[in-house]
Design a protein around this ligand. Structure first.
Ligand SMILES: Cc1cc2nc3c(=O)[nH]c(=O)nc-3n(C[C@H](O)[C@H](O)[C@H](O)COP(=O)(O)OP(=O)(O)OC[C@H]3O[C@@H](n4cnc5c(N)ncnc54)[C@H](O)[C@@H]3O)c2cc1C
Length: 463
């Protein structure tokens, strides 16, 4: 079996889990977090979070948005493309959608910076940037998120030299809960800027973002399969010698899919995924599901060794992000880099020891430190981002409930957009600037119109 890439690998895992597992009733099926029946529902991408807003506002200008905020007092939540797994968006008040505030607004060819309207999807940035001789430093696994939504949760890609997307913001425009327009950058308003670049929509609505870019470039991605123990032993060295390096460890197996990505001048060679390969791999994975988890290891190991290496070359934005057609829920924690390998090994051992019926692989990647107040990678050390997934039709709670305390044990910080149980008290311990952010939030939104129940748990606590 040759040429299996990350997209095929993950798609096959999900398909296997979907068809092999009994369809357990998930939160999504019954309505999900925040369900009631007052008005037209809003749902997130995975279907696990539901809200019933009183109204939806899609402003066609920043002035219209500012007027609305200045002339009303009810609850507001900005929404991007709904790709967060946590209930960041649901509200009884209005949701604000920036679908009409999109596209490239201006650029600086000398400094390689570009300003986009905040509702622009990441997928719609690569082509216009290339036309003006720029390219983004990095992208997350998928590119369906809006620029503002992705930055608001410190969404990141992989690479020891690359910060979360928010780390490349050079200036932004924030419309406060009172409708005041603030143009922020690190020079003129250093503290508020550090708070606003990752702010979960708690400080107001961001309407435009200027990013630091570089010249356009092409990437070559190679993937292969290796024993997890072996690759963890070489991880630091490989992460330092490749532009991007990550592993996708298989559950109930000794193996991981390995991905190494580097700049290249080679011609584009990125053929579409082979349906036959997908089908063959998916069928093999479905075979595992008929076995009890504790009997799967020999089969999965045999299949893993059968997967050949593959390569593809394309424009950077076409290699860094891919499409995830099958829905899932995810929990991801960011840990000090030195703690990553032990945490991953404990999670894999726990899945095996407790015979957890999980097919979906994990994801393990490095992210560079930054200095925003609430980025999961802020501080003095680089971080590892480690995630576990469950297909959306299954109840993720029993699995995530077992795994989450392992993340806590290693000092993990939860991804703001991914499922976790932490509140203000624990978060204050994890972030040196958390109390300062709470104070800034209180000052900018004293009546708490940007809060919902989830944000109250995060920023107010005790309720
Ligand atoms: C399939 C999939 C793959 C993913 N891969 C990755 C990955 O590789 N790396 C990673 O780090 N994360 C990843 N994520 C998580 C995802 O990137 C984040 O949850 C991201 O925040 C979602 O962006 P969104 O545009 O959908 O925003 P939403 O989920 O709609 O909103 C997220 C937050 O942004 C706020 N917000 C939105 N618009 C504005 C605005 N204009 N002004 C102020 N606040 C605003 C919202 O209020 C909310 O708090 C993935 C998620 C999915 C579903």
């Amino acid at each position: 079996m040759k040429g299996l890439n990350r997209r095929q690998f993950l798609a096959a895992s999900v398909m296997a889990a979907l068809s092999g597992a009994a369809a357990k009733v998930a939160a999504a099926a019954g309505g999900g977090v925040g369900a009631n029946n007052k008005s037209l529902p809003w749902r997130n991408w995975s279907g696990g979070v539901v809200g019933y807003p009183e109204g939806r506002l899609a402003p066609s200008s920043e002035a219209q948005l500012a007027d609305f905020l200045a002339s009303t007092s009810g609850a507001i939540r900005p929404v991007g493309s709904g790709h967060s797994f946590t209930p960041l968006v649901p509200t009884d008040g209005h949701i604000v959608v920036l679908d009409k505030l999109t596209g490239l607004l201006s650029h600086d060819s000398e400094r390689l910076r570009a300003t986009f309207a905040a509702g622009t999807r990441l997928a719609d940035m690569g082509a216009p940037l290339k036309q003006i001789g720029q390219g983004m430093f990095n992208l997350p696994d998928i590119d369906r998120q809006t620029l503002a939504g992705a930055c608001a949760t410190a969404t990141h890609g992989t690479g020891i030299e690359f910060k979360s997307l928010s780390g490349y913001i050079t200036s932004l425009r924030l419309i406060t809960p009172q409708g005041e327009q603030l143009d922020l950058d690190a020079q003129s308003s250093p503290e508020l800027f550090r708070a606003a670049i990752v702010s979960l929509g708690a400080l107001g609505v961001i309407t435009r973002i200027e990013m630091q870019n570089r010249d356009p470039y092409r990437l070559k991605q190679r993937s292969w399969v290796e024993k997890t123990e072996v690759i963890l032993g070489q991880f630091d060295q490989l992460a330092a010698s490749h532009r991007h390096f990550e592993i996708i460890p298989l559950t109930h197996s000794d193996y991981s899919l390995v991905l190494a990505t580097d700049e290249t001048d080679e011609p584009i060679n990125n053929p579409p995924a082979s349906p036959e390969e997908d089908a063959a791999f998916g069928a093999a994975m479905r075979g595992w599901m008929t076995l009890p988890p504790e009997q799967r290891r020999p089969q999965i190991n045999a299949l893993a060794q059968f997967i050949g290496p593959s390569e593809r070359v394309d424009e950077s934005h076409k290699i860094l992000s891919s499409v995830r057609a099958n829905r899932f829920n995810e929990m991801e924690y960011s840990l000090p880099k030195e703690a990553g390998a032990a945490c991953l090994q404990e999670i894999l051992a726990t899945i095996a020891d407790q015979k957890l019926d999980v097919v979906f692989p994990l994801e393990y990647r490095y992210v560079a430190r930054d200095d925003s107040m609430l980025s999961m990678s802020s501080g003095h050390e680089d971080h590892v981002a480690l995630s576990v997934h469950r297909v959306a039709s299954e109840d993720y709670r029993p699995y995530f409930d077992v795994i989450e305390p392992i993340f806590w044990k290693y000092g993990g910080r939860p991804h703001w957009g991914k499922i976790h149980k932490l509140g203000a008290e624990q978060l204050t311990e994890l972030y040196p600037d958390f109390a300062r952010f709470q104070q800034i939030r209180q000052d900018i939104d004293p009546r708490g119109r940007m809060l919902n129940d989830h944000l109250r748990t995060l920023f107010v606590g005790g309720s």
